[in-house]
Ligand binder design. Structure first.
Ligand code: 1PR
Length: 562
């Protein structure tokens, strides 16, 4: 059947960002419809099943909508299915994530939690998918999956790769995350499924999607053979380079990318005092995608004044950006419970986040509200109450959309003290950069409302509480370093990284390529972020990556990014 005549469907159960997939398919010049009723399964020539969120949520949604059995029947009919992430996991028998909820059982095996002993969980970032077939026809059957390409993974649970038993008939590629090899794609007859997200994996991922849509990825029958052993699967996770765009309306009311010096985004009075304008949000973000950014973050920096979902220009920025950018997008600003100006209607944070996801975001970042949530957490602990009561935005968004979708944006500043006793019980570090009066110690004070208000909470209290509440990642800014080009605050980053087992993004102060490698080498952060030097074209992303590669740091190559 000509590709133009085939009916391509998307199986969605409303748990997150399927807009990226829709956008990717459209970018490839194809149309895709949603499966809305059980009858649609009969009309479909091909189905893409992008799973996001938790395993149990996905299975309950499939069962409650009555789609589980028609999906099994569709697979049995031999028509092609592509599963993505949780859309791959539910094809197995079950998952540690939701032990009470059986999977579809198409494949033998279970999904297990990553062992956290040696590494940050979730496994988040760009990694290789290594084809496991030895010398047979399958080894090169899907050339879009190549050893040199990197794909975007984000998951806490995975099917352990053994290379034996039933896996010999179904596993196509495996991926190593530190000490564990896991299944990263399966291929059995008409079913091709990936643990990674092709729709978020730049040109390499788009090529794989194109292959599924325009050709038939049907596995040759007599092709089972010996597989590589788990020990042969090498670790290839890269350090992510993230471009961050602080967005706000300028004095003329246009949304612009701005950039602060220690959070002050206005020019000095002698230059007119205007909000600095470094470009248009969508144009700049597209430029970073083309230049090989592994991720892009938008921070809506004045959203504490407004309701984000009433901020239609910001949502439009996200919609437009997600149409041409196929790497993960994070958006922050205003993710909290909000009250309408009429004073009557309360909008829960999870609804604000939902609006961001529907507009194209993959993750939301929470700033001020995370500080209040952490304060509540420690308060409940001090009172002997259950610290996790489901009341916070972090818990609710993580429950609905998965913890990988919740980033905590930290806006700390240094408070110098002469001795640890002067820090009112806060976690103190001994610093190699003494304070203005020669103080040898400091603690890091959390702020809210874009640094306008300091709180009696330190960064360690914040990040440990947020991890316990269900956050998936820490975006670690530093007000003292922001916009200074003097390098990251390595002391802050090391101290924070040691306190959590979720990924940490180093932010604030990058001025030269050496600053990025220094942060990775000294603190083992999973990602490095910059704003000003990218906006002002002082240091291109490709120069950062080239330098890191020369230092022996694993990065996604520029060829994969453009
Ligand atoms: O509190 O949940 O509504 O979120 C508000 C968000 O807006 C927070 O994530 C907060 O970090 C951000 N924000 C608020 N005010 C500012 C400001 O600059 N006046 N931006 C602001 C924070 C810091 C980084 C920056 C890095 C790298 N900007 O995002 O990109 O410091 O900069 P550099 O490479 O140029 O040094 P809520």
């Amino acid at each position: 059947m000509p590709v133009s005549d085939q009916k391509l469907y998307l199986l969605d159960y409303g748990a997150g960002n399927v807009r990226s997939l829709l956008n990717a398919v459209e970018k490839l010049g194809h149309r895709i419809e949603y499966i809305k009723t059980v009858e649609d399964f009969a009309k479909a020539d091909k189905i893409i099943f992008p799973g996001v969120g938790a395993f149990g949520y996905a299975m309950r949604a499939l069962n409650n909508s009555g789609f589980a059995e028609p999906l099994k029947a569709y697979i049995a009919s031999g028509r092609p299915l592509m599963g993505i992430c949780v859309g791959m996991q539910v094809l197995f028998e079950g998952s540690d994530e939701s032990p009470a909820e059986p999977g579809l059982g198409i494949f033998e095996g279970r999904v297990e939690l990553f062992d956290k002993k040696l590494k940050s969980v979730p496994h988040m970032g760009w990694n290789a998918a290594q084809v496991v077939h030895q010398e047979n026809v399958l080894a090169t059957a899907v050339p879009e999956i190549g050893e040199d390409s990197r794909y975007y993974f984000v998951h806490s649970y995975a099917v352990p790769y053994t290379g034996t038993g039933a896996q010999r008939g179904i596993v196509h590629s495996a991926t190593r995350y530190v000490d564990q090899a896991v299944v990263s794609s399966v291929w059995s007859r008409n079913v091709f499924a990936t643990q990674f997200h092709p729709e978020k994996s730049g040109p390499a991922g788009l090529a794989l999607l194109r292959s599924f849509i325009e050709h038939d990825l049907v596995r040759p029958q007599s092709s089972a053979g010996e597989l590589r052993m788990p020990g042969d699967i090498e670790s290839a996770l890269t350090v992510r380079v993230i471009a961050c765009l602080d967005v706000r309306a300028n004095d003329q009311g246009d949304l612009v990318v701005t950039k602060g010096d220690q959070y002050n985004v206005r020019e000095s009075a002698d230059k007119g005092g205007d909000v600095r304008n470094l470009g248009k949000p969508v144009d700049l973000a597209k430029r970073y995608y083309d230049e090989g950014a592994d991720e892009i973050a938008f921070l809506n920096i004045t959203s504490f004044r407004n309701l984000p979902f009433r901020d239609t220009p910001m949502l439009e920025v996200l919609r437009q950006a997600s149409r041409s950018i196929f790497v993960p997008l994070t958006i922050g600003g205003g993710v909290r419970d909000s009250v309408d100006p009429d004073g009557e209607h309360v909008w829960p944070a999870v609804q604000v986040a939902g609006e961001y996801f529907r507009s194209g975001a993959d993750k939301v970042s929470i700033g001020s509200d995370a500080v209040y949530a952490a304060e509540g957490y420690w308060q409940r602990k001090a009172e002997g109450l259950v610290p996790l009561d489901g009341s916070t935005a972090i818990e609710q968004i993580a429950e609905r959309y998965g913890r990988q979708a919740v980033v905590i944006s930290v806006d700390p500043r240094r408070v110098y003290v002469s001795s640890p006793e002067d820090a009112s019980g806060h976690h103190v570090i001994r610093t190699a950069f003494p304070g203005p009066n020669g103080e040898q110690y400091c603690w890091y004070q959390c702020t809210v409302k874009g640094g306008r208000e300091g709180r009696d909470t330190d960064v360690r209290q914040l990040v440990t509480a947020c991890e316990a509440l269900g956050a998936g990642e820490i975006l670690l800014n530093c007000m003292d370093k922001d916009g200074t080009n003097s390098g990251y605050d390595i002391e802050l980053i090391s101290d924070t990284k040691a306190a959590v087992s979720i990924p940490v993004i180093a932010s604030s102060g990058a001025g030269r390529p050496e600053h990025f490698s220094e942060a990775v080498e000294k603190t083992a952060v999973e990602a490095v972020l910059a704003a000003g030097i990218f906006h002002r074209r002082e240091v291109p992303i490709v120069a950062v990556k080239k330098h890191m590669q020369e230092q022996g740091i694993s990065i996604r190559s520029a060829e994969d990014g453009v």
